[in-house]
Design a protein around this ligand. Structure first.
Ligand SMILES: NC(=O)c1ccc[n+]([C@@H]2O[C@H](COP(=O)([O-])OP(=O)(O)OC[C@H]3O[C@@H](n4cnc5c(N)ncnc54)[C@H](OP(=O)(O)O)[C@@H]3O)[C@@H](O)[C@H]2O)c1
Length: 276
């Protein structure tokens, strides 16, 4: 009787262990190579760190090579495989050169997190066509031109993940950020059209749609205690997002766990968009 009970325990442990291993494998990014634009700080850096922790080699992008080297070296100090890929996302030639270099180094590029973005806040009458072009070029046009560039390698591999950082302003409006809202809404449409065209090659395209997060992008509004308090009162989880709150979703979308998820937006906003 005792022997039978012990054997049951051993069997149960083995079953649990093998399902845990299978669960971990589903989210593992071992052997994957990821490019994260706007990975020098904020949300991009947190997602890069998450992908690295899941096993991917991460190439972090931004415009300042020195800053990127410092950040990559910190990630390497934490045991992650991190390298730098400095270029301005609005410079399509520079992007092509950088992507070619990643593919030449690793023989593959599995994941693009197109996250680099900027914001401009001004009343409607103060918007100039220069402001409009700057926002749309960085937040939307650059993402569009990065997609075919990474798709070359992804098509060949028969596998790829394109992830855009969109925003809840694509579903909920606020004045003063007209170009930003237009760019992020455009990115939602682009997510869907790329998903349709690239699906047959095993490439998925999804968006991570953040609510309000504490980063340099929101630093000016974070200075207003009244604004922060007003927002917190509308967020069911009663706080602003921390960049690390995005890591899990990025890992999920980049991993085999999300093999059949494409053309979607995953909202990460502490419940903000569910309230009225
Ligand atoms: N924070 C929020 O609450 C929030 C909410 C929704 C969506 N988002 C989106 O999340 C993304 C990241 O924002 P964040 O809050 O992390 O902002 P952030 O802290 O200001 O970081 C922006 C990143 O983009 C890079 N970048 C900007 N322009 C670039 C360019 N032309 N070429 C290459 N890299 C460029 C910056 O690097 P360098 O300056 O070093 O080049 C930096 O790494 C953006 O797309 C933003 O719209 C943010």
């Amino acid at each position: 009787m005792k022997q039978e009970r012990e054997q049951n325990c051993v069997d149960q442990f083995a079953r649990r262990h093998s399902s845990l291993t299978a669960g971990k494998a589903l989210f593992s990014l071992d052997g994957r190579v990821a490019l994260i634009t706007g990975g020098s700080r904020g949300l991009g850096l947190a997602m890069a760190e998450g992908l690295g922790q899941a096993g991917a080699t991460v190439a972090i992008n931004g415009r300042n090579a020195d800053t990127l080297e410092t950040v990559a070296s910190t990630l390497r100090g934490r045991g992650l495989e991190a390298e730098t890929s400095p270029f301005d996302v609005t410079d399509h030639h520079a992007a092509q050169v950088a992507i070619d270099a990643i593919v030449a180094r690793h023989g593959q590029l599995d994941i693009l997190v197109a996250n680099a973005g900027i914001i401009h806040r001004a009343p409607l009458d103060d918007w100039t066509s220069v402001d409009w072009d700057r926002i749309l070029t960085t937040n939307l046009k650059a993402c569009f031109f990065l997609a075919p560039q990474v798709a070359v390698s992804m098509r060949r591999q028969g596998h790829g993940r394109i992830i855009f950082t969109t925003s809840i302003v694509s579903v909920q409006a606020r004045g003063g950020i007209h170009g930003y809202a237009a760019s992020k809404s455009g990115l939602v449409g682009l997510t869907r059209s790329l998903a349709c065209e690239l699906g047959e090659y095993g490439i998925t395209c999804n968006g991570i749609c953040p609510g309000y997060f504490e980063t340099e992008l929101t630093a000016s509004v974070l200075q207003s205690e009244e604004y922060v308090a007003r927002l917190n009162s509308r967020v069911p989880l009663r706080r602003w997002g921390q960049p690390s709150d995005l890591a899990g979703v990025a890992i999920f979308l980049a991993s085999d766990a999300a093999s059949y998820v494409t053309g979607q937006q995953i909202v990460v906003d502490g419940g903000f968009t569910t309230t009225i």
